[in-house]
Design a binder for this molecule. Sequence first.
Ligand SMILES: Nc1nc2c(c(=O)[nH]1)N[C@H]1C(S)=C(S)[C@@H](COP(=O)(O)OP(=O)(O)OC[C@H]3O[C@@H](n4cnc5c(=O)[nH]c(N)nc54)[C@H](O)[C@@H]3O)O[C@H]1N2
Ligand SMILES: Nc1nc2c(c(=O)[nH]1)N[C@H]1C(S)=C(S)[C@@H](COP(=O)(O)OP(=O)(O)OC[C@H]3O[C@@H](n4cnc5c(=O)[nH]c(N)nc54)[C@H](O)[C@@H]3O)O[C@H]1N2
Ligand SMILES: [Mo]
Length: 656
Amino acid sequence: MTNHWIDLQHCKTILVEGSNVAENHPMAFKWIRKAQENGAKIIHVDPRFTRTSAAADMYARIRPGTDAALLNTIINYVLVHKLYDEDYITTHTNALFLGHAAFDFKDGLFSGFDAEKHKYGTETWGYQLDAKGKPRVAANLADPHCVFTRLKTFVSRYTLEVGERITGIPATQIQQIAETMAKNRPGAILYALGMTQHTTGVQGIRAFTILQLLLGNVGKPGSGVNALRGEPNVQGACDMGVLNNYMPGYLNYPAHAEPTLAEYTKRNGTADSKFLVNTLKAFYGDAATPENDFAYAWLPKRSAAKDYGTMSIFESALAGTMKMLWIVGQNPAGTMPNLNLTFEAMAKLETLVVQEIWETETATFWRRPGVDPKSISTEVILLPAPFFMEKNGTISNSGGLVQWRHAAVKPPGEAKPDGEIVDLVFRRVRDVIKDSADPKDEIIKKAFWTYTTAEDVLREINGRALHDVPGANLKAGDLVKRVADLQPDGSTSSGAWIYAGVFGGGVNLSKRRDSQTDPGGLGLYPNFAWTWPNNMRILYNRASCDRHGKPYPGSEPIIWWDETAKRWAGYDVPDVPVLTDGPNTPNGQRAFHLSPEGVGRLFAVVYQDPDPKNPHVPRDVAYVPKDGPLPEMYEPVESPVENVLHPKVKHNHVLK
Ligand SMILES: Nc1nc2c(c(=O)[nH]1)N[C@H]1C(S)=C(S)[C@@H](COP(=O)(O)OP(=O)(O)OC[C@H]3O[C@@H](n4cnc5c(=O)[nH]c(N)nc54)[C@H](O)[C@@H]3O)O[C@H]1N2
Ligand SMILES: Nc1nc2c(c(=O)[nH]1)N[C@H]1C(S)=C(S)[C@@H](COP(=O)(O)OP(=O)(O)OC[C@H]3O[C@@H](n4cnc5c(=O)[nH]c(N)nc54)[C@H](O)[C@@H]3O)O[C@H]1N2
Ligand SMILES: [Mo]
């Protein structure tokens, strides 16, 4: 979420698309109800009529997988009828930036497509640059090459009639959704599995961000693009690098093509590289030095040719290339899409370890109905784990709120907290391999591992100064207080950079429970637990103000430039690169400061800032989707119908 649950009460519209929030996030749903009681319009877009539809003011039944077409139709309507926020888009987005002259989009394909490799070259997706390598900016939105016009031309195909033909939602209803969103601002978009679990997910979510930027709906209370996360602790687990493609803090996992830290930096940028160094220092301590690339070589590297998703784990077991599987808090026998394959795969394993609070269908797969246990030779070990109230630790919610949970009772019998089980196994493995000369064992032999409690782990995740860092006012041994404290040279460590500050100043801030203090009465409760990053509750909140640092009318003021104190101030932590750099400075105009150009992107652009002088400008080639700088409607791969926009390019061609 860019915003957070309690903040939803400030919305004047809420578009729920691809989620049944009423049933799947019932506690949080009360804030949607509260907004509705305050007069907000709730729109629900879903192929099924659910309890969320029943609670909504408007329900639109959509053909599955066609959300990008609906959203592009709404975007087109907003552009044609000039319902966008002109001040916002010219201040906080790349609307006025001039795009590369050779950019093109024809019959479903963007310029640069290599049909043999199913891949785009991104040469024509950039900006027109001036002599200093900075993007050239148009005088007004009518310029034929500015990003705004490019977007307008691109979505002009999506008339209300075309929108209806693709999505099945009547043209009049699409118009009503567009009018409702445009006339009732600020507004939020909420989404979950119905958007993300299709092959068209990237297009739909890109379209969300474009629509919200056009409406000035990012950074303000009651706005945002908000992913509703799954069961506890899906958000926290993803933050900690449990997804196969990420290191902790959503840093790209190192690939084969990046054998050295320098190569990693070249491909992923200086900011990510700095945070990775902090993680490596947390992993390896003194063994990670500038001379050995901070032990980067010890991390196994991803192969571009391999898929490391959940399904591939079972495919590897089936192929006999995986001998042992240790499953912690997952029940694949109930939740995998292909159970025959899953069961066959588990039967090929030599050992299956299941760390669970129950004896699940996974732990008992060898005696499931219709199977002779004698036919399965897999050794199954069930490790008794505790229920959440039997262990200490944090849970993070969709808004990034990190909350400490105290153990209420001791785990029964031989059950042990999950962290303790992992700790015991790790120490035993390290003991077994202590004399090994195999280079792949270095990752374990050299690991810095001194944990005894969950709180020790949280301190390590937070990070510490390893030497004196005068610039950040830290003495060796101090726990870091904020992301900006982290250094690129190995003088600090942090297990997951986005959590830097959760243990700021040596206090476990996730334990805070002040539910009274609420400056501004906005429901921010800054002293209740802690949110990443830096205890900021609404991301991009600089964009809630105009170019002079004054809150835009129409939404609750949350931060502003205080001319007397000469600093950004407000109820939330201001999302600015430097607190004392005001609206008259370049840093004071960088509402989206993680992108090199500092603005939100209506058009995703390959761009690297050439000016090494401002340390707050990331010197990175910012990420663009592999399948195009604008979201096009492609039929999902399983779709039986033709693509009416371009019959020859039915699916996303980047998919093989
Ligand atoms: N009670 C309960 N709550 C839970 C969970 C639970 O098991 N039980 N699980 C938790 C977890 S892990 C998760 S991930 C969340 C999931 O939360 P949700 O994503 O809200 O859960 P779903 O019921 O899968 O709802 C997805 C909706 O998307 C719709 N949909 C499908 N295809 C499309 C499409 O192409 N376009 C659009 N617009 N909609 C589409 C479906 O009809 C469905 O209503 O719930 C969490 N909360
Ligand atoms: N058919 C179908 N398949 C789906 C989905 C769907 O909607 N329909 N949804 C998909 C989604 S979004 C998700 S997130 C996955 C969920 O997939 P799973 O994670 O496999 O689903 P759960 O049944 O929630 O399994 C979690 C297990 O963790 C155990 N557990 C709970 N607390 C603890 C603990 O503290 N320690 C340990 N060690 N174990 C614990 C529980 O007993 C439970 O068996 O399923 C996916 N698959
Ligand atoms: Mo989930």
